[in-house]
Structures are given as C-alpha cells and as structure tokens.
Design a protein around this ligand. Structure first.
Ligand SMILES: [Zn+2]
Length: 97
C-alpha cells in the first residue's frame, strides 16, 4: 500500500478497491466534476491565487469516495455536505419539539 492510499485512509475515506481508485486518481487529467485541468494556476485580479490541485473528494457524512476532483470543487462539495448535515440536524430537532 503506498503512502497516498495510507493518507486517504487516515482521512477516513472509504473505498472498496484502493488499487483501482489509485489508478483512477493517477490517470485523471481533468476534474471529474467540472472538467478543469488539474494543477492549472488560478488567477484572481491578475495575481496567482492558487493552483487547482487534484484531490480525492469524498462524502463527509458516509466517508465514501465520490470524485477525483479539483481543490475548488472539493471545497464546494464539502460546503454542500455541511449544509445538508446542518439541515438534517435542524429537522431532527424541529420534529422533536
Ligand atoms: Zn472541479
């Protein structure tokens, strides 16, 4: 098992076939969600803002792998998860009252 897979596992990411997932990750040249090329420099107001890095995106509730995504999509998807979780918590307490 290589260090990349070990680090994903440490992050609590769940996957049925890590070697297949690793292949998919290594061979991905574009974000599976938005199609952007990985490691493309992102400029904001003419200055290098950040690089669009390749990350393994996962569902923060279930831990399951979703996409080989760019860091930008990863941030957005994380936010969606958190919003969803908050809504579920809210609904739970609303039903209790
Ligand atoms: Zn993306």
């Amino acid at each position: 098992m290589n260090s990349k897979i070990r680090s994903w596992r440490r992050q609590g990411i769940i996957c049925d076939d890590w070697s297949k997932m690793y292949e998919r990750y290594i061979n991905a040249t574009n974000c599976e969600r938005c199609g952007d090329v990985f490691r493309k420099d992102v400029f904001k107001d003419g200055k290098l803002w950040r690089r669009n890095n390749k990350v393994l995106e996962h569902n923060h509730t279930t831990g399951r792998v979703r996409y080989v995504a760019c860091s930008s999509c990863n941030g957005k998807l994380r936010y969606i998860d958190e919003e969803k979780e908050l809504k579920e918590i809210y609904l739970f307490f609303e039903l209790k009252e």
